[in-house]
Ligand binder design. Structure first.
Ligand code: AMP
Ligand code: ZN
Length: 111
């Protein structure tokens, strides 16, 4: 997808160290962390919204949610963390490439 910053990161056109990578997803640090630890799990396939999910995309999202817990220790998230998937305008989604925020490393406030 042209002009998608996360597609460019996935393609290596914008450098961003990968804390984890497999055939379906990468995990990077958020450039503007909203908690002591703030990661982004980014599927390699471009799609913007959960509402666009078909069977193949659902498998990708499932994969992400299966892998995330296996990374807890490596990412320093053993104490717990928050998972956020912002959707659309009202959800505050600024990058229209589906991604999963992982926030932790400290006791998070209520929201
Ligand atoms: P959202 O508002 O849910 O769409 O989240 C987009 C997130 O991407 C924000 O938290 C940004 O700080 C983050 N972000 C934008 N550009 C980059 C980048 N080049 N590297 C890492 N994180 C980024
Ligand atoms: Zn994209």
């Amino acid at each position: 997808m042209e002009n998608c910053i996360f597609c460019k990161i996935v393609a290596g056109e914008i450098p961003s160290p990968r804390l984890y990578e497999d055939e379906k997803m990468i995990v990077i640090r958020d450039i503007q962390p909203k908690a002591k630890l703030h990661y982004l799990c980014i599927p390699k396939n471009h799609f913007a919204l959960l509402s666009e999910m078909d069977g193949e995309k659902a498998e990708i999202v499932k994969h992400c949610f299966q892998v995330i817990p296996t990374l807890e220790k490596a990412l320093g998230l053993e104490g717990g963390y928050r998972v956020i998937v912002n959707q659309g305008e009202n959800g505050g989604q600024t990058v229209r490439h589906l991604h999963i925020h992982l926030l932790g490393g400290e006791k998070l406030g209520d929201f």
